[in-house]
Structure formats: structure tokens, C-alpha cells
Design a protein around this ligand. Structure first.
Ligand code: NAP
Ligand code: HSE
Length: 428
């Protein structure tokens, strides 16, 4: 008897789409034994048929017409790996409404239109899975939704962008300045031609919106995430951080507090003994604190053809199993709360600050009195070096309310004895 087949369609055949094609081909032999069914790629949607033809065994499955997929009743699973908001959003909504299950890697879309898509999947009783949308090949969405479901998650901190982690690693280990490290990342293919989304923290912010929503069971969107990139971090800041026993990393930080959700992406000094400090190069990691499990860390490749395809194919296998058991749509949206998002000004942080000041008596006292008058306690105050008439000082604050720190900053900016505020970086 011929084995039962589930038909899938791929939307997009770029980096990730090609990886999915390869992994499904690799798994062909074992698939029946593994999940009890064979999966067949029936159609692949591309823009340029000629360009895509070289990537597949049978160019006959390529199409540039969405209708041939949405109107094909034999297609059960649509794998969206085109990226962008539109037409990906419309295609996914149409696919769900037509009774197809959807697997996607699209963090941009899930971080902005996640609720609409999840609600549509729920109404249709279909699966919408997106493990690859956060940290590529690292399993984190399924662990949060399922394995850790018995926890109250208190905090999720992540290095969720490989490009910026590669850049900061080069700045740390080889004393490169930001631009040199970015150029190297571009040369090696880590950074895209337009690296804005990575270096300005936007890519990480999308992933943190998705993680916070799932971890805290309350919808967080991209616009809710306070975001700063790494373009202002210098090799000198990294060197000083090292002297203090810290690394500088671009951290996504989400906390579930009694007053609401704190969610942000920005560079941070982190103690070199923390497991996240040793996550280097283009690797990603997500650190989760749960009230029952304690500390857990998920580590691996956050991007790339095959690591990302690994997550997608895992989702596709899950959908296939659910279809065979007649239980698609089993785990839909888990945002059953509606928690407020805290303003950054109300959040408590420690700060590292580097200043160039006039090298004369009374200056340090004036700086400390600004902090004191604004309720900012200082943990360390270090004079680093003298250059001509200027002295460089580094201040580390204790945990302070951001509003108070910002008030101090505004006053310091107006003081003629302060020549430059060279760095302001939060400390984890
Ligand atoms: P990519 O290399 O640019 O591939 C996108 C593919 O989709 C291309 O084949 C493109 O065709 C096709 N496409 C785009 N718009 C289309 C349209 N309107 N109709 C038909 N085909 C269309 O992108 P990618 O790196 O594979 O990323 C895909 C998705 O995965 C994105 O959502 C991304 O955020 C996510 N993701 C990527 C990674 C990674 O490592 N790359 C990791 C995690 C998640 P043309 O080539 O003809 O333009
Ligand atoms: N550009 C991302 C990164 C990969 O550097 O991690 C896609 O999410």
C-alpha cells in the first residue's frame, strides 16, 4: 500500500527556503519511520523562476502564482520563508482561512501582527508555528510554551542577534573598533548589505517582543520594546568593562514585574562569570528564569540556512503529527493576560558612564553632587587617565530609577567643566 503523503508548499527559496528544501530532502528516507507520514514539496513560490530552477531537482514545482497554491486543496502545510510584512501577512491569513497549517520564520510579521495571525489560526483550528522566528536553530518557543509551562517566568535575557554578537566579540578579543568589526562581519557574510536592522537592535527587538509575549502570556509588540543598538560602543568601553570583570553584550531583556512588563534591547555590561558573557561570535543564547525550574540557558546557532531550516522542519513534523492525530490548533495563542508595559523611565538600572572633564579641583565634587541631588547613588568612581587639560572618569552607579539618572545626565550635559559624555551603558 502506498504510504500516506502530506503535501507542503514553500513560499520563498532564498537562504532559509533552500535550507528547508535540503533538510526535507535529507530526511526523506527516515521521515515515514519518524513521523508516520511522507512529506512532499508540491509547490514553491518564487519571484524569479529562472533563478530558482538551479536550486531544485524538479523545476516543475516552481511557481510565481500564489493562486496555484492557495487554490490547491491537496496542500496541507504552507511554509512561509519570504520575509517582510506584505504579501507574507495576506498569504498566511489566506492560507489559514483556507484550512492550511502555516509554519513561518517571519519575526517581523510575528512581532507586529502576531495576534491577528494567531487569532486567525485559532478560529480556523489550524497550527501556526514559528520556532525559527526567534534565535534560528535554537529551540526556545516550544520550550517556553510547553516544557516550561508549569513555571511563572520571571525573566528572559537573550543574545538574539548573531551579527552584533560577532562584532562585539571581535571588539573584545581583537580590540577592533566598531566600524572595522562591522566591515569584517560584512566581508564574512554575517552582516547584510544594509546592516541597520542588526546594528540598531531592531532585529533583536522583534525577537524579544515574541519571547516576552510567550514567556509572560501577554502580548508584546515590536513598538513596545525600548531599543538601542551598538554603534556607539567603543573598544575603550569594552577594555574598561574588562578591567571591571565585565563583557559588553547586546542584550534583550524582558522582566515580568508586579508593575508590568519591562522589555528592552541595548548594550549592557554583564559580569564575565555570567553564562551569557561567554556566548561569542555569531552564536545566540537565551537565558530563562522560572520560579520552578530556576535558571536555564538555550544556546546555539541563531541564523543560517541549515540551523534555521532545522527549526522549521521540526515545526513541520509537529504539524504533520498533529494532522495525523486530528488535533491541529492544539496549542494556539498563549497570551491570556493583558499586562501593562513599563516605561523605561520607571525601570531600575545600573549605569556605566565615561566622561571627559576639566582636570582641576572641584570638578569631581561637582559631578558627584549632581548625582546626589538626583537620588543617584554611585558604586564606583574611577579616574582613568589624563590627557592634556582633561581627565577621563568612569562612574558606575548603583541600581537607580532611570528617570533620576536621565535628570542627572541632562544637568551634566550643560556643565562647562564636562567636555564630553563619551559613553552611557547600562549594567546587568
Ligand atoms: P532571502 O534569502 O531574502 O529569501 C527570501 C525569498 O523569498 C527569496 O527567494 C525571494 O525571491 C522570495 N520572495 C520574497 N518576496 C516574494 C514574493 N512576494 N513572492 C515570491 N517570492 C518572494 O531571506 P531569508 O534569509 O531566507 O529569510 C526568510 C525569512 O526567514 C525572513 O522572514 C527572515 O527574517 C527569516 N529568518 C532568516 C534567518 C536567516 O538566517 N537568514 C534566520 C531566522 C529567520 P527573490 O530571490 O526572487 O527575491
Ligand atoms: N540578522 C540576524 C542575526 C539573523 O544576525 O542574528 C536573522 O534573524
Amino acid at each position: 500500500m502506498e504510504a500516506k503523503k502530506i503535501q507542503v508548499a514553500l513560499l520563498g527559496l532564498g537562504t532559509v527556503g533552500t535550507g528547508v528544501y535540503k533538510v526535507l530532502e535529507r530526511q526523506k528516507e527516515e521521515m515515514l519511520a519518524k513521523i508516520g507520514v511522507e512529506l512532499e514539496i508540491r509547490r514553491i513560490l518564487v519571484r524569479n523562476l529562472e533563478k530558482a530552477a538551479a536550486k531544485v531537482k524538479d523545476p516543475g514545482i516552481l511557481t510565481n502564482d500564489w493562486k496555484t497554491i492557495i487554490e490547491d486543496e491537496s496542500i496541507d502545510i504552507v511554509i512561509e520563508v519570504m520575509g517582510g510584512l506584505e504579501p507574507a501577512r495576506t498569504y498566511m491569513l489566506e492560507a489559514l482561512k483556507a484550512g492550511k497549517n502555516v509554519v513561518t520564520a517571519n519575526k517581523d510579521l510575528m512581532a507586529t501582527n502576531g495576534r491577528e495571525l494567531m487569532d486567525t489560526a485559532k478560529a480556523a483550528g489550524r497550527d501556526l508555528l514559528f520556532e525559527a522566528a526567534v534565535a534560528g536553530g535554537i529551540p526556545i518557543i516550544r520550550p517556553l510554551k510547553q516544557c516550561l509551562a508549569g513555571n511563572h517566568i520571571e525573566e528572559v535575557i537573550g543574545i538574539v542577534n548573531g551579527t552584533t554578537n560577532f562584532i562585539l566579540t571581535k571588539m573584545t578579543e581583537e580590540n577592533m573598533e566598531f566600524q572595522e568589526a562591522l566591515d569584517l562581519a560584512t566581508e564574512l557574510g554575517y552582516a547584510e548589505a544594509d546592516p541597520t536592522a542588526d546594528i540598531e537592535g531592531l532585529d533583536a527587538a522583534r525577537k524579544m517582543a515574541i519571547l516576552a509575549s510567550i514567556a509572560f502570556n501577554s502580548r508584546v509588540t515590536f513598538d513596545d520594546v525600548y531599543t538601542e543598538g551598538i554603534t556607539k560602543v567603543t573598544a575603550r568601553d569594552i577594555r574598561y568593562a574588562k578591567e571591571m570583570g565585565c563583557h559588553i553584550k547586546l542584550l534583550g531583556k524582558a522582566r515580568n514585574t508586579e508593575e508590568g512588563i519591562e522589555v528592552s534591547v541595548h548594550p549592557m555590561l554583564i559580569d564575565s562569570r555570567h553564562p551569557l558573557a561567554s556566548v561569542n561570535d555569531s552564536f545566540n543564547a537565551v537565558f530563562v528564569k522560572g520560579d520552578a525550574v530556576g535558571d536555564t540557558m538555550f544556546y546555539g546557532r541563531g541564523a543560517g540556512e541549515l540551523p534555521t531550516a532545522s527549526a522549521i522542519v521540526g515545526d513541520v513534523f509537529d504539524v504533520a503529527r498533529n494532522m495525523l492525530s486530528g488535533c491541529t490548533g492544539r496549542i494556539s495563542c498563549t497570551c491570556y493576560k493583558s499586562l501593562p508595559i513599563k516605561k523605561m523611565a520607571d525601570i531600575n538600572s545600573r549605569y556605566f558612564m565615561r566622561l571627559q572633564v576639566d582636570d582641576r579641583p572641584g570638578v569631581l565634587a561637582a559631578v558627584t553632587s549632581v548625582f546626589g541631588n538626583n537620588n543617584v547613588s554611585i558604586e564606583q568612581f574611577i579616574q582613568k587617565r589624563k590627557k592634556g587639560d582633561l581627565a577621563e572618569i568612569v562612574v558606575i552607579t548603583e541600581e537607580v530609577v532611570e528617570r533620576n539618572f536621565n535628570d542627572s545626565l541632562r544637568i551634566l550635559e550643560t556643565m562647562s567643566m564636562i567636555k564630553d559624555i563619551s559613553a552611557v551603558i547600562r549594567v546587568y
